[in-house]
Design a protein around this ligand. Structure first.
Ligand code: AMP
Ligand code: MG
Length: 335
């Protein structure tokens, strides 16, 4: 089931890049590092001052919890109050991989990491360089996505450079991310498991392993920036439309003087002149991998509006539709 870490020529823990990343983490610095989902902006999870710098650099409100990254599944017990049978099952099946488990916080995890919550999100990323760094570091690395708050998550080292520049001490370049959307977050901290954010591990996969339904929980008592409307948003306006109304909406917007792009392949019909098209890859795993690149491309090419139809809420489609809905959310002051 689990393919294991990807091959990477420089995954050797003694490589100079990994050594440099670990040295900086130990000194309380910030390292942007690759994972299979998106690039993370990491600090030593036990160093509250270093963790606070993450919030400054991201421009993120401090009440928002960070994910704690560890190098081996069997280190989970060091960071949480107790490892439930469900947590054991999921960790065994999906780690290393794009799944974050929310459990009760262990005493080593500062409240600065959890945004004051008594729960903590933990995962083992499936990326050879990240694992080399985490295993050599030996502790835990708290990391949100390595972008300014509210912007599109980075899936390449150059995205981190564009967004955060020299505000990070070091960028560990591991090439493009293979999954491309964030991890699935599953809350196991109370009673019934629930998905707080759909991601790289699908709801169907979770249900197969746990042997029961795992509902999606929106809002509720747990604060989660992934649940904010207007997260993952490019500058251009993203408009979600049904397939049957796509061409009419495009024509209306063009008539109103906007520069419009359709994401995907509009079905037969008279294409309005001046309409541009950015095709979306198929199957869904390829779309997930390039989704944030495509949103960045919309901005790079200066479009005002991108029209898109959502994939069905199944498999990876759930995470993709979730990110597109958030990208289309109402514009708020955090822009
Ligand atoms: P990001 O920082 O963009 O990678 O997102 C990290 C995600 O993990 C956010 O949606 C966080 O709110 C979520 N998260 C981390 N720890 C917790 C927690 N203890 N409870 C709920 N969500 C969490
Ligand atoms: Mg993020």
């Amino acid at each position: 089931m689990n393919p294991g870490p990807e091959h990477s020529p420089s995954a050797d823990p003694t490589s100079p890049e990994v050594f440099r990343a670990v040295t900086i983490l130990r000194a309380g610095g910030l390292v942007a590092f690759p994972t299979e989902t998106v690039y993370g902006l990491g600090a030593d999870a036990e160093n509250a001052a270093a963790v606070r710098r993450i919030f400054e650099v991201k421009g993120r409100p401090e009440a928002h919890p960070l994910i704690v990254h560890i190098g081996r599944p069997d280190w989970l017990g060091h960071w949480v109050a107790d490892v439930s049978p469900d947590a054991q099952k999921l960790a065994r099946e999906f780690w290393p991989g794009p799944l974050t488990l929310i459990l009760r916080r262990g005493s080593r995890v500062p409240l600065a990491v959890t945004g004051g919550l008594e729960t903590v999100g933990v995962r083992v990323p499936n990326h050879a360089l990240a694992l080399a760094m985490l295993q050599s570091f030996g502790g835990a690395v708290a990391a949100p996505s390595a972008n300014r708050f509210g912007r599109v998550s980075p899936t390449r080292a150059e995205h981190v450079r564009d967004d955060l520049g020299d505000r990070v001490d070091f960028i560990l370049d591991g090439g493009p991310c293979s999954v491309g959307v964030e991890s699935t977050i599953v809350d196991l901290s109370s009673g019934e498991p629930a998905i707080l954010r759909p991601g790289g591990v699908t709801r169907e996969q979770l249900e197969a392993v746990l042997g029961r339904l795992v509902p999606l929980r929106h809002g509720g008592p747990v604060r989660s920036p992934g649940q904010h409307v207007l997260h993952y948003a490019p500058r251009a306006e993203i408009v979600i439309v049904g397939a049957d109304e796509l061409l009419k909406r495009a024509a209306d917007l063009i008539a109103a003087g906007r520069r419009v792009v359709v994401l995907g392949s509009p079905s037969a019909g008279q294409l309005p002149s001046r309409l541009e098209i950015l095709p979306l890859p198929d199957p869904l795993a390829d779309l997930a991998r390039s989704l944030y690149d495509i949103l960045r491309e919309v901005d790079r090419r200066g479009f005002d509006v991108a029209l898109v139809t959502l994939p069905p809420d199944e498999g990876l489609g759930l995470a993709i539709a979730d990110r597109l809905r958030r990208a289309a959310g109402p514009r708020g002051p955090s822009q």
